[in-house]
Write a protein that binds this ligand. Structure first.
Ligand code: FA5
Length: 354
């Protein structure tokens, strides 16, 4: 029978072609050639119409057997080819354990973090607690509780980002002292430092950033005097900038301290002779400070006749700039690894004298 011979030939050719296929692409071509819509096996069905009715079922069954045999062969071949491809890939990708390893890119502490931690270490050693507050703060704690009522002109000293009429991004870390005093229910001693981020509507330049850091210090107890403040700040200056540093206090104004001072440290570069770092003055301003205003104590529930205290607020950004000779504050906030890499292995310049 012609159709049966043809069927046998097609089957044998197909099985041979399957065995010869060397990759998935060749195997797919064989599949299309024999089993595709216009393939040879599909073509065999066309003979059906010429067959007597009684032969049609048997013929159809045989064509199906041929199709199934070819499909099974393709499937088996596919598994073999996949295994071969995997083995070849594994052979090519074998690991050479004798190759030298790749260097690990390790980081270093950010100069600001370094400076803040150095200051924290000093004060922890002096028995201070670290207290953190809220960056989104109530107007009351940021200003009013610090002796700055709503219409006070000194509010202009700190241009603020307001969120609502009564909520703002804190402009300094001083609200943490107001909150802490309130929580202590009029009972001393209080001895805290408060590090954190603060925000002001200052336009950014080499020494100003709209976001920067501050560390607040507050000590409240019986008999706290200006000399305690001076001694503490002297220790801070020597610790940060070297044991031979001196400080000087200049009269200043902050609504929450009375008297208030600006604190300068003798220039660590020229030792007071005058240079570009200290703008030829021999002194560098590092912070604001003063004796806690009695109104601040009273508003927080402390008896200002019994208790007195000192407070100070410094900007670690500017301290880090001085310590590490960084000429632009914006470097701290742009995360440029070329800048940050320079601080790998940098030792602190200051000596801790306590
Ligand atoms: C204050 O913020 C007071 N709360 C500090 C204080 C606390 C005084 C307790 C008395 C008692 P002042 O506005 O001067 O003060 O800011 C303190 C420090 O923050 C400055 O010495 C400076 O180092 C830093 N600073 C201020 N504005 C900026 C800014 N835009 N960018 C970077 N640092 C700034």
């Amino acid at each position: 029978m012609v159709q049966t011979d043809e069927m046998t030939t097609i089957k044998q050719d197909a099985l041979e072609a399957v065995e010869k296929a060397q990759d998935a692409q060749a195997l797919q071509a064989v599949k299309v050639q024999y089993l595709g819509k216009k393939g040879l096996v599909t073509g065999l069905m066309k003979h059906m119409k010429d067959l007597p009715k009684e032969e049609k079922p048997a013929y159809g069954q045989k064509v199906n057997e041929v199709r199934q045999a070819i499909e099974a062969a393709i499937e088996t071949r596919q598994v073999t080819l996949n295994e071969a491809a995997l083995n070849e890939q594994l052979a090519q990708e074998s690991i050479d354990v004798t190759l030298p390893g790749r260097a690990v890119a390790n980081g270093a502490a950010h100069p600001l973090t370094r400076t803040i931690e150095e200051i924290e270490d000093l004060f922890l050693g002096l028995g201070y607690e670290i207290v953190t507050g809220y960056e989104v703060e109530q107007d009351y704690y940021n200003f009013e509780a610090l002796n700055l009522p709503k219409s006070h002109p000194a509010r202009d000293m700190q241009d603020s980002f307001y969120i609502t009429e009564d909520i703002l991004m804190r402009t300094h870390t001083s609200p943490v002292q107001a909150r802490t005093l309130e929580q202590r229910n009029g009972k001393g001693p209080v001895k805290i430092i408060c590090p954190g981020k603060v925000y002001r509507r200052d336009s950014d330049d080499a020494t100003h950033s709209h976001q920067f850091t501050q560390i607040e210090g507050l000590v409240v107890d019986e008999n706290i005097k200006m000399s305690d403040l001076k001694g503490t700040l002297e220790l801070l200056a020597k610790s940060l900038f070297g044991a031979d540093r001196e400080i000087r206090l200049r009269p200043s104004y902050f609504p929450f301290t009375e008297p208030s001072v600006e604190v300068d440290v003798s220039c660590f570069k020229c030792k007071g002779k005058g240079c570009n770092v200290c703008k030829q003055t021999g002194w560098i301003e590092i912070l604001g400070a003063g004796m806690v205003h009695p109104n601040v104590l009273e508003m927080a529930g402390f008896d200002s006749k019994k208790y007195s205290g000192f407070a100070f607020g410094m900007g670690p950004d500017r301290i880090a700039m001085l310590k590490y000779g960084i000429e632009d504050i914006r470097h701290f906030y742009t995360n440029d690894v070329r800048f940050l890499n320079q601080f790998k292995g940098v030792e602190d310049r200051g000596e801790t004298t306590c």
